[in-house]
Ligand binder design. Sequence first.
Ligand code: HEC
Length: 152
Amino acid sequence: MPIKRIFMAGIGVFLCSTLNICLAKEVAKTEEKSDLAKLYEKIDKHYKTVEELSGYYKYNDSDWDTISGASDNIIKLSRIIINKFSRPEDIKYEELNKAMLKEAEKMHAVAENKYEEGALEDIQWQVRKLQQTCAVCHKHLGIQVNSSDKKD
Ligand code: HEC
């Protein structure tokens, strides 16, 4: 009898450790994925803020501050993605993240010169240019993330 018990206990230990290794791997996988997803999720939040404002026909100072802050955040988040989540094997992905950064930088520059003629139109233009980088990259990767991709 003891032999059988030892044997059963052995199987138990074996199964538990295998299961734990599997679970640990699964968790690691989803965490790795969500780190990048979390960054894009934050970008999305800031993008939606400026997108909403782009429907206005006049901005007050607080709107300009919002645009300046949101574009600044997109710049910072894009830089993190470019530095920490590079995919050297996917040149298009690399280029599109840089394009996103560039369009956010332009948007920020417009907001910093809010008194210049045509600044409001320039923001509206930049929102569209920025949105294109999102849509093109998601399409390139074959992922569908949200409704903002389906515009024009
Ligand atoms: C260069 C490619 C690229 C660009 C540019 C890009 N994305 Fe994404 N996006 C991704 C990838 C890759 C994922 C999936 C990340 C994952 O699940 O690991 C993603 C995921 C998302 C998600 C889902 C996040 C979640 O909660 O799972 C949203 C929302 C999103 N992107 C919005 C945007 C917006 C808005 C822009 C533009 C301002 C943008 N993305 C630009 C590649 C890109």
